[in-house]
Design a protein. Structure first.
Length: 194
């Protein structure tokens, strides 16, 4: 068995995530994080990680696109446990990427938006939740879009409705995903501090 680099830690963004590789080149199934910044284990080829208390959680990333008029880009889910609930851009962190890269990738895949490197992306926070498949943690990022319109494309019509802008202060008037109220409260504090 040999130890080889895997990529970034999705929890603390350290580069010292390693993978145990068998002599025939197959991944053994568990990757270990030795950086000392955090002590999380990750199961290879899944979005599952185990914390120090051995709790398994899936890890996801969210990108909140907000314009200067305090409008956020949202869509309505189609099907599944969260059918008809309002959501932000987001999805699963894949093996070998950190949560910020996952949020940027999901923004491209779900909304067709390529965020320019010159536009700052801020880490808002880490939020824990539960769904039918188990517990999860979402790392949430914010992109302050400079133009009044955010050029989103409806790329996944079988999973969600079209993207549209909704005022941040009205978002909780709708049927929203479970973590949205906590995220909106943190986002309002973030906007006030800026």
């Amino acid at each position: 068995m040999r130890i080889t680099p895997l990529g970034h830690c999705p929890k603390c963004d350290a580069r010292s995530v390693t993978s145990l590789i068998e002599s025939d080149g197959t991944v053994s199934g568990t990757t270990y994080h030795f950086s000392g910044q955090c002590r999380h284990q990750y199961l290879v080829k899944s979005a599952i990680w185990k914390n120090d208390e051995e709790e398994k959680r899936s890890l996801g990333a969210v990108m909140i696109m907000i314009n200067r008029a305090n409008q956020v880009l949202v869509s309505q889910r189609i099907g599944g446990q969260f059918n008809q609930k309002i959501q932000f851009i987001g999805g699963t962190v894949e093996v070998g990427e950190n949560s910020k890269r996952a949020a940027l990738r999901e923004t491209r895949e779900e909304a067709g938006i390529e965020i320019p490197g010159t536009l700052p992306v801020f880490f808002l926070g880490s939020f824990d939740g539960t769904k039918a498949e188990g517990d999860y943690t979402m790392h949430v990022y914010v992109c302050q879009w400079m133009a009044p319109e955010i050029p989103a494309v409806h790329t996944e019509p079988t999973k969600m409705g079209p993207w549209y802008l909704e005022r941040l202060d009205r978002l909780l008037d709708y049927n929203v995903m479970p973590l949205v109220p906590k995220i909106v409260a943190e986002l309002q504090d973030w906007r006030t501090a800026r």
